[in-house]
Design a protein around this ligand. Structure first.
Ligand code: SAH
Ligand code: SF4
Length: 432
């Protein structure tokens, strides 16, 4: 969607999507109609194709099968045909790390050798997977490690779904892997607000800490599109991937359990609401043009007022499904009482069903900011709370393995401050 008066170039990824060297196509991430068409193209009879699609989806998404050999209710010949043209597969795990707080991080490698990270954050009542949308990021928020990366490409829908599949593999979450199975239960949204707080009620015997979180025994209960990259600059693939994640024949996760975070790609926000329909989080991080221009440079293109107006119009936002405003706490940069009061004023001005998530800054090698002092974070939070707006402080998770917000980066290159500045200027020139 184009906003009148704007030119809206989408930053062009520096590499196209994946073409496998063996010419095989990935089934993961294909919509049902696309898979049907692909099957017919390789010679599966038209009248069988629909049934084959539902068999394949069942093997892939309900049972976690990764090899065609496992598709027991499909004939050997058909399996061989599938094997000749397609792969199910998973991204390859390059490294798997576990933090002292239980957070897990995987560095994944895709078919063309590009890499991205994915993080699982277990909590008392839920398990959240933080999924990446791009290799690197087209944008360059100044406090974000991912923003310093040079190489960028969009992840395909299959690579995005693949992250969820891989986490399920690692967590042993294919309860229906072998037996004939009942229809998959869709997880209820415990507290109805769809956010990532720990405010879900404890249902004895079902989601108590230390055991499985859901009645069907799954630990992975929530997904946040908050890994590497800007999801709304990879709109189609993110939409197609999340459609599979939410489909009852796919991974069957409720849209209330999924949150997409954007740095503020205003022209895509309405479409995100109507075509994806998940919870929205917005990386606000500052309340004045001067500071937001500096730390979230996309602000030079889509300013604060425009962004908040798009939030007010976000389809599906209401008091039961509030928009989360993310606010990174940077010492002496954006953390004064006056800025907290201005944040309240802005939220009221646009009458937003909002909550604010305060994120203590997570440092990384070469970062130029410091984390706000704890008493500053508390004071900031209290001003917002006093205005009747929820403003919890996000507990940093997985910092020891560089898995916390803004610490993801798949290449280990060491870069100088001058090179960081040069890259920031280059990226900005590409889209401002
Ligand atoms: N690209 C999306 C999703 C990314 S990251 C976006 O920008 O919204 C999820 C959140 O972590 C965002 O709010 C992001 O601004 C924030 N973040 C990035 N770097 C951070 C850091 N070093 N410390 C704390 N939060 C950070
Ligand atoms: Fe990209 Fe988000 Fe990092 Fe900004 S905060 S550079 S949009 S990943």
């Amino acid at each position: 969607m184009q906003i009148p008066g704007h030119i809206d170039p989408v930053p062009v990824p520096r590499k196209p999507g994946v073409v496998r060297s063996d010419g095989k196509r990935a089934l993961l991430g294909m919509s049902k109609p696309a898979m049907r068409e692909a099957l017919v193209e390789v010679g599966i009879p038209e009248k069988q194709a629909k049934m084959r699609v539902s068999q394949i989806w069942n093997w892939i998404y309900h049972r976690g099968a990764t090899q065609f050999d496992a598709f027991a209710n499909i004939s050997k010949d058909t399996r061989a045909l599938l094997d000749a043209h397609f792969v199910v597969g998973r991204p390859e795990v390059v490294t798997a790390q576990v933090s002292t707080d239980g957070t897990r991080k995987w560095l994944l490698r895709f078919d063309d050798g590009e890499e991205a990270e994915c993080v699982f954050i277990p909590d008392a009542y839920r398990g959240t997977l933080c999924v990446s949308a791009q290799v690197g990021c087209t944008l360059n928020c100044r406090f974000c490690f991912t923003g310093t990366m040079k190489l960028v490409r969009n992840l395909t829908a299959g690579e995005i779904v693949g992250q969820v599949m891989l986490a399920r593999d690692a967590l042993g979450e294919w309860p229906n892997a072998s037996a004939p199975q009942p229809p998959r239960p869709v997880i209820a949204d415990d507290d109805g607000d769809g956010d990532d707080d720990d405010d879900a009620p404890w249902i004895p015997g079902q989601n108590q800490p230390g055991s499985n979180y859901t009645s069907d025994g799954r630990m992975l209960t929530n997904i946040v599109m908050m890994g590497m990259g800007e999801p709304l600059y990879n709109f189609d693939n993110v939409r197609d991937a999340l459609a599979i994640v939410m489909d009852g024949d796919g991974l069957g996760l409720s849209k209330r359990r999924i949150t997409l975070s954007t740095s503020g790609v205003v022209p895509m926000m309405a479409r995100a609401g109507t075509e994806i329909g998940v919870n929205l989080a917005v990386s606000l991080h500052a309340v004045t043009k001067e500071i937001r221009d500096e730390i979230v440079p996309i602000n030079k293109r889509y300013g604060i007022e425009e962004l908040l107006a798009a939030c007010a119009a976000y389809p599906g936002a209401n008091n039961a499904r509030r928009i989360t405003f993310e606010y990174v706490m940077l010492k002496d940069k954006n953390d004064s009482d006056a800025e907290a009061r201005e944040l309240v004023r802005l939220i009221r001005k646009y009458d937003l069903p909002a909550k604010v998530n305060l994120i203590p800054f997570n440092p990384w090698p070469g970062s130029i900011y410091e984390t706000s002092l704890p008493e500053r974070v508390t004071a900031f939070s209290e001003i917002i709370f006093a205005a009747g707006i929820s403003a919890p402080v996000r507990r940093p998770r997985g910092r020891d393995i560089m898995a916390a917000c803004g610490q993801l980066k798949s290449s280990s290159e060491k870069i100088t401050r001058a090179e960081l500045d040069r890259r920031a200027a280059e990226k900005e020139a590409a889209w401002v």
